[in-house]
Each structure stands twice: as C-alpha cells, then as structure tokens.
Ligand binder design. Sequence first.
Ligand code: DAH
Length: 333
Amino acid sequence: MTKFSKVELEKSVDLAKKALQEATNEWEINQVRSKYLGAKSPIQSWLNDLPGLSIEEKKLQGPLLNQAKKQLEQLARERIEGLLEEQAFPPIDISTPEYGQPYGHLHPISHVLSTVYDVFSSLGFAIVDGPEIESDWYNFEALNQPPEHPARDMQDTFYLKKQGVDEPDTHLPRTQTSAMQVRFMEQHEPPFKIIVPGRVFRNEDEDRTHSWSFYQIEGLVVGENVSLSDLKGTLNHVMRAILGEETKIRLRPSFFPYTEPSVEIDAWYNGEWLEMAGAGMVHPQVLENAGIDSVRYSGFAFGLGAERIAMVKYGVSDIRYFWRPNFRYLRQF
Ligand code: DAH
C-alpha cells in the first residue's frame, strides 16, 4: 500500500498546472492530462490504493485526491476552450448578400474581335498570330518600303536599341499587322485565307482618333484567280455582319506600297460614308519577296482597325477611352 504525503500531492498538482499553462495546443494539453491524471499517473495510483487504507486515512486522503483531480480536469478544459477562442475566425454570415460587386465583363475591343473571328471563321479564314516585336524587313522592306520610302513617315514607331549600341536595332514594335504577310507566305503554300489580329504601335501624338497603340485585323487571301471582286464581296459580307444588314460599302482609289491597285473601303453607316479599311491586290513584288510565284498566284489584303470598328458600332467619339481604366465607361458594353 502506498500512501502519499500532502507535499507529494501538491508537487504533482503544481507540475501539472505549470505544464497545462505552457501547453500551446489541444494535443499538448491532452498529453499533460494523461501524464498527470491518466491511468499511470501518481494521482491515479494513489486513488487506486485508497480501498486498502484504514477508514481514517480514507477520509483524509480521498477528498484531497478527488479535489486535486477535479481542479486539474477543470484547468485542462479551460485551457482548451481558451485556445479555441484565440484561434477562431470571426464568424462568417453566409446569408449576407453580396456587396454589389460587379461581375467581370468583356472589354469592348474583345467584343469586336470575337465578332470579327466569327465572321471570318464562317468564311473559312484561319486566325493567325504574329510577333509584336518585328524586324524592319517584315514590317517595312518586304512590303516595298525601303528605308527612304516616304510611306514610312506615316508609321513612325518606337525603335529599339541594342544594349550599349547607339544605333537603332533592326527590330521594332510592329507598326502594322501587314508585317505578317510575308512572314506567313514564306511558310505556306497557296491557296490560303487568313486574318491576323493584333496590337500595333506608333509614335503618334494622341488625339480623338489617334492612339500610340491599337488593334488591327489584317486579312490576306492568296490563290489562283483571286480578284478585286473577291475583295469587294468579302468585305461587303464582313461589314454587313459587323455593322448590320443595311450597311453598304464602296471602294475608293488609294495608295499603299504593298498593294496594286490600292483602295480604301468606306462603309455607309448611320447616314454617312465612314472609312473602315485599307486594302488592295497584293503587289507582285510582295508575293515574290515571300517566294510565291506572282504569275500563277494573286491575292488581296486588307487592314481593319478594331477600335475604329468599335467607335463606329458603339458611337464612341474618342479612341483614348478604350485603354483608360475608366470602368464607368468600359462597363457599358
Ligand atoms: N497596313 C495599313 C495600315 O496600317 C492597312 C492596310 C492597308 C493593310 C492596305 C493592308 C492593305 O493589308 O492592303 O494603315
């Protein structure tokens, strides 16, 4: 029969209390509890020994042991509750209505582009991507614009420099998606029909109708017997699909170094003629630059401005609105 001294019991209780205070999580608290109150703990073994003691001893020791046990049990419970409270997240009210945050939406230019993709895909055009940083050759020279050509003046851009060299590099942010014409034709055998949507960059003074960067949709069709009437028929269909069935188009003579003849496409919309695209029959030299037999093959090309389409379609008067983070404006579409 083991008896215990009051001092021993107090020592055990003090150690248990200290360990409970130091425990930092529920698992540690339970470890302490089983060490000081579990089956193999001193307190439990003293309790186990009680039945063998005399009545007087039982009366003396029983209450002391039970009191110590209760006290420690309660402290352990309190510690666990305290920890849970500390760790708890603020309650979430799942019934709270949303705070009026708007859903995301497509940018107006994305709207225009997806309409454009639909129309051209339905005509069997492939949609092709090209690099935004382009060589001088593809952007200008292969399109009959050698360095001294005056047409370059209309498309000044941001020339890149090689590190440590003062001369402009031979690469530049493309000024026109037409840059993809020769790049694509070098790699593909006619016949083909493609559009090349993408961003272009120009060193422009910004105003209502000019921006330093905007989106173009280049079109290129090459095959045997492709003619100007194919160009007109295609763009007539496209303009009607984009702007509405009542839209008409007209061709006006123009000049681009990479088309012959060159035309400007105007659309009759809301009671006026609006300039919508540059276009023409691909210049034989451009076909030859890409290694395509210009006697056997002919083609047409055109360049549409995505912002221009959006401005006409949605009645927007200033191109600069599209690329400013003014959500009151952008959300309307
Ligand atoms: N590249 C011209 C521009 O940026 C647009 C253009 C005109 C594209 C005539 C063409 C074309 O393919 O044939 O202003």
